[in-house]
Design a binder for this molecule. Structure first.
Ligand code: HEM
Length: 250
């Protein structure tokens, strides 16, 4: 988890690519509950709690249940500046997505499966508003969008949208971890440009079609890619620690 240098937590750090305040709160509560158990204080890292929380959300919402590889340590530093360099952007095209994910050892199929996490959750208007107000079929940065869907999004995010307004990433079943996200893409109902481009670009379209048609293929690819995700930047030695509270180094 990210901390602000002043000790304030990630949800207030302004890095603009962070956990929501509710999510930070849930992790903090889980950590406090573990620390309070006899013999458990100082044994479970925030990184492991976060990975298990992600797994639990996926499975509670109807997705696959999978084992999480445990033993990650928490970071001892925070660098806000690198956040925007290590995360993909909502306007990324296929080459940009593939390049960033490949740097972390992911294949294109892994990247598409992980994007399937957008079968749940929300996004703020600023992440896609340019797409719905300068809508032109042939702009290279803006993959096509279903017209009816576009109109509904303009109601959610009017030109003077509120910074807290949100839209569901999966317009059809936002609270179920299923493969509907991929089917939406086939009807040009992907919310972020980085979602829709997976279907628009002919190089990734066959995988979107596979995951839309075959939920088991999606789930298996998702679980395999999540295991890889959990191994990125692994800290197991003196470069890490088990934080006492998740929002501050010890
Ligand atoms: C492929 C590149 C990706 C891009 C460009 C991307 C971009 C985004 C953006 C812009 C948001 C909305 C943030 C906001 O408005 O507050 C978001 C939300 C979300 N992303 Fe991604 N993401 C990507 C990959 C992933 C991966 C790999 C996962 C997990 C495996 C993931 C899971 C989620 C979830 C669950 C949400 C909803 C969060 C909530 O409801 O609070 N995304 N993503």
């Amino acid at each position: 988890m990210l901390m602000a240098p002043n000790g304030d937590d990630e949800s207030h750090s302004g890095a603009d690519a962070t956990l929501s305040p509710d999510a930070v709160d849930a992790i903090n509560k889980a950590k406090a509950a573990v620390e309070a158990l006899p013999g458990c204080a100082g044994k479970v890292s925030c990184a492991d709690i976060l990975a298990m929380a992600a797994r639990d959300v996926v499975s509670l919402l109807g997705g696959p249940n999978y084992a999480v590889e445990l033993g990650r340590l928490d970071g001892k530093t925070f660098n806000r500046a690198i956040v925007k360099h290590v995360l993909p952007g909502p306007g990324f095209n296929l080459d940009q997505l593939n390049s960033l994910f490949a740097q972390n050892g992911f294949t294109q199929t892994d990247m598409i499966a992980l994007s399937g996490a957008h079968t749940i959750g929300v996004t703020h208007c600023d992440k896609f508003v340019r797409r719905i107000y300068t809508f032109k079929q042939h702009l290279p940065w803006n993959p096509p969008m279903n017209l009816e869907y576009l109109r509904s999004l303009r109601r959610v995010c009017p030109i003077n949208y509120s910074p807290t307004a949100i839209a569901m990433l999966d317009a059809s079943t936002p609270r179920v971890f299923d493969n509907a996200y991929f089917n939406n893409l086939r009807y040009n109902k992907g919310l972020l440009a980085s979602d829709q481009v997976l279907f628009t670009d002919r190089r990734s379209r066959p995988t979107v079609n596979l995951f839309a048609a075959n939920s088991t293929a999606f789930q298996e690819a998702f679980v395999a890619a999540m295991a890889k995700l959990g191994r990125i930047g692994l800290k197991t030695g003196s470069d890490g620690e088990i934080r006492r509270v998740c929002t501050a180094v010890n």
